[in-house]
Design a binder for this molecule. Structure first.
Ligand SMILES: Cc1cc2nc3c(=O)[nH]c(=O)nc-3n(C[C@H](O)[C@H](O)[C@H](O)COP(=O)(O)OP(=O)(O)OC[C@H]3O[C@@H](n4cnc5c(N)ncnc54)[C@H](O)[C@@H]3O)c2cc1C
Length: 461
């Protein structure tokens, strides 16, 4: 059996890894000249610069499992000290209230005392305690649901900065059922989201050793891609870069994958390319799945990294970073050198800023303009004097899938249409955008594609 994996991001690499475990011959085809997709680690001058993800959550086990299978567990590191994320709102920096989850407080008093919300915001949020259940069976936008239960203050000042940045979208467009299904369960079981969150907080505090859930690797997430690629090759997989798959054709023996200057055949295929490319590849043979994939919108973002000498700041920079609520040129800042060990040489502060495409400014601004805007922001907020000693701008154009209202219906359409075939779609397009989600999905889809062709070959006309 031959499995072809299209796309060499972490989902495609994980699919190839699982293909080998299932006993298949594996070929992976990556259009660009490098593997890893959005995982892109640059190491130079004693710095580790992450242009894409810088960490993953430990509570989704697929990431840690793969790292262990590859023998990389001694490289796992957690964030420095305790988590010190802050939220900047209306020009003022606030600590996140103790016990604050993604959008809801798990402790009453820190929430009542926080300066992020106005007294009216807090009174309005309290209405949630007495409101009846509001959800019907249909999917709704997170912003709409939270707005009705807790008021617009919570939506603008917590939910949007905390969740929106992950998808490069506003909570007014993101799907409750795809992104925060636990809120539906909370309302169903407890009626009030606040009461549900306080109860969850109590039981979490009764379980010792929670700590920060974020992990990374001591030499950056690129180590995962490097070790995985080496292990794949060592175990007989063929990894081809510069291999842009342009068409899929159904043939008697299975699938023909057509590249610009070559073609090859496979029994099963995993498409780990992102939704737009997968839609194009499936358009002819699987139009229903293709239409559902094409309907998944994608966002753009830019990551700007700056290295400053420590003396550029009026005092020690110990914050791990902050999220921005409201109008700012950036949606969030990570102080990589404070958050993780070994990201920058002694005496240097390494900062990365996320510039979303919220108002279209990112796509039309030049790299130079982005740098000026971010530098100005860091000077204003952290008091940085002078120019940084090194800078990087990395743009991610139209590649961040947004799980908007109705996303789960689109996922079901794709899954149902492809189910009888040996073709599967994997990665951030459908079942989760986090690195562990993409690993889990890559593996699951490779397994499913191979199982589908071994159980009952599809009759192709
Ligand atoms: C700036 C940024 C920060 C992030 N931070 C985090 C984080 O801290 N933690 C976290 O868990 N997640 C984070 N994410 C999300 C996470 O990085 C991605 O969702 C995940 O890496 C996507 O992996 P993937 O394999 O699905 O897709 P990708 O990495 O996008 O890989 C798809 C690959 O397919 C290739 N391809 C496309 N079309 C073809 C074709 N026709 N033929 C051959 N190859 C093709 C592309 O070249 C690409 O290499 C972040 C994302 C971004 C952009």
């Amino acid at each position: 059996m031959r499995l072809a994996v299209v796309g060499g991001g972490i989902a495609g690499l994980a699919a190839a890894w699982e293909g080998l475990r299932q006993g298949a011959d594996v070929v992976l085809l990556e259009a660009s000249d490098r593997l890893g997709g959005k995982i892109l680690t640059e190491r130079a001058g004693g710095r580790i610069v992450e242009h894409g993800p810088d960490s993953f959550v430990a509570y989704r086990p697929a990431g840690l499992e793969l790292i262990r299978e590859l023998g990389l567990e001694d490289q796992i590191i957690a964030t420095h000290g305790t988590r010190k994320v802050q939220l900047r709102s209306r020009g003022r920096m606030h600590p996140l209230p103790d016990g604050m989850g993604m959008v809801l407080p798990t402790k009453m008093w820190p929430f009542i005392r926080t300066g992020i919300l106005s007294p009216w915001d807090k009174v309005r949020a309290g209405l949630d305690l007495v409101l009846p259940r509001l959800l019907g069976s249909e999917d709704v936008a997170i912003g709409d649901f939270l707005g009705r239960r807790l008021g617009k203050g919570i939506v603008r000042k917590f939910a949007d900065p905390m969740i929106g940045g992950i998808y490069g979208a506003t909570v007014e467009e993101l799907s409750l059922d795809a992104v925060l299904p636990s809120l539906r369960v909370s309302e169903r079981d407890h009626r009030s989201l606040m009461l549900a969150s306080f109860a969850q907080g109590r039981s979490a505090r009764a379980t010792p050793g929670a700590g920060s859930p974020f992990r990374t690797l001591s030499e950056g997430l690129g180590s995962l891609v490097e070790r995985l690629s080496e292990a794949l090759v060592a175990q007989g997989a063929e990894l081809r870069t510069g291999a842009d798959v342009q068409r899929l054709e159904l043939v008697a023996a299975g699938t023909r994958l057509v590249l610009a200057d070559d073609e090859l055949e496979a029994d099963a295929v995993v498409l780990a390319t992102g939704p737009a490319r997968a839609a194009r590849l499936l358009a002819e043979a699987e139009p229903e799945a293709a239409a559902a994939l094409a309907a998944i919108p994608v966002a753009s973002t830019a990551v700007v990294t700056l290295a400053y000498p420590r003396e550029a700041f009026p005092g020690p920079v110990t914050s791990h970073g902050w999220l921005e609520a409201g109008a700012a040129p950036v949606s969030g800042i990570t102080i990589s050198s404070a958050k993780w060990a070994g990201r920058a040489p002694e005496g240097e502060v390494l900062i990365r800023a996320f510039v979303p495409d919220r108002v279209g400014a990112m796509s039309t601004a030049s790299d130079e303009e982005l740098l000026v805007a971010v530098q100005g922001h860091i000077a204003a907020v952290l008091g940085a004097a002078g120019a940084p000693t090194a800078t990087w701008v990395r743009r991610w154009r139209h590649v961040m899938p947004k799980y908007t209202v109705g996303h789960l219906a689109r996922v079901a359409t794709v899954d149902r249409a492809l189910e009888p075939s040996g073709w599967r779609v994997a990665g951030s397009a459908l079942h989760g955008v986090g690195v562990p989600d993409c690993i889990a999905d890559g593996r699951a889809q490779a397994k499913a594609a191979l199982a589908a062709i071994t159980s009952e070959p599809r009759i192709r006309s």
